[in-house]
Design a protein around this ligand. Sequence first.
Ligand SMILES: NC(=O)C1=CN([C@@H]2O[C@H](COP(=O)(O)OP(=O)(O)OC[C@H]3O[C@@H](n4cnc5c(N)ncnc54)[C@H](O)[C@@H]3O)[C@@H](O)[C@H]2O)C=CC1
Ligand SMILES: O=C(CO)COP(=O)(O)O
Length: 316
Amino acid sequence: MILADAGCEVTVWGRRQEVADAINTTRTNPDYLPGFELPDGVRATTDPAEAARDAEFTVLTVPSQTLRENLADWAPVLPSDTVLVSLMKGVELGTAKRMSEVIEEVAKAPAERVAVVTGPNLAKEIAGRMPAAAVVACRDEDVARRLQAACHTPYYRPYTNTDVIGCELGGAVKNVIGLAVGIADGMGLGDNTKASLMTRGLAETTRLGLAMGADPHTFSGLAGMGDLIATCSSPLSRNHTFGTNLGRGMTLQETIAVTKQTAEGVKSCESVLDLARRHDVDMPITETVVDIVHSGKPPLVALRELMSRSAKPERR
Ligand SMILES: NC(=O)C1=CN([C@@H]2O[C@H](COP(=O)(O)OP(=O)(O)OC[C@H]3O[C@@H](n4cnc5c(N)ncnc54)[C@H](O)[C@@H]3O)[C@@H](O)[C@H]2O)C=CC1
Ligand SMILES: O=C(CO)COP(=O)(O)O
């Protein structure tokens, strides 16, 4: 929708014929965003070759853990000069790779042809054309500028950045912190708890980023602080909602059953922790989320443990 509103011709690929038909005939996606009309510049198809034909930009947005498999199917039909754009906010389980790394590997694309768009961009608000800012990151600043121009609209204001690592980490780890804040909200805790988790969550994200070569300033920008605020404060956030259900006492299976859309942090908390261990970085909130979500540790016990860690200076 953003690209079409900015004047691009857009072809959306989807798996199900009925969804593609609904987009082409009713100009809506009734399953995911009912009531929002898509611009005329958007067409849908189930044929990846048709979607990718002559594409200047190929925007990739499937659940992170399915990217490798999907992209392997699409790679043969991608134009050799297309810029591959990731909207995904996850880290691959098993390899601990960021989405841009998976793209480079599977599509055999140089980093200069891989970009990331991220920031506080809750889908439903974007669909309502409510004003939002974002970050367009690419190692090649000229490519970032081209993509910035391709998606700049009166309601969508993208800024460029060349720190792809920081932008991707900001997006992936805020989902984990969003789960933690949701759990705290579900337990009936207050705004001090929320602010403390967000701030210390950003501190551990920045620590990981520094160890991985990211620019620490990225984390106080839209890809870090901005997205963290949106996810941790909005009832629209799937990660926040998922955490709230857990904090209210639902089991993991019950929570998964009531979650209709992708809450990336549920899987990526494990791959973020893997990444932290590979880089020898302490991420206590992420570790706590993994314990609650995947080891069934009761939130109250986990909270007590988190609060009784040894006392430290704020900055290490
Ligand atoms: N929804 C949001 O507000 C935002 C989402 N994102 C990111 O976008 C990415 C995708 O999430 P959403 O679109 O929001 O999730 P979603 O759950 O709303 O939609 C996922 C889409 O992927 C399809 N899908 C599921 N499994 C698939 C598979 N194995 N192969 C191909 N397609 C599959 C589904 O049919 C659905 O169309 C995530 O990484 C998320 O973090 C980023 C910014 C905002
Ligand atoms: O990334 C998002 C907003 O920028 C969406 O957050 P959720 O995946 O938690 O809904």
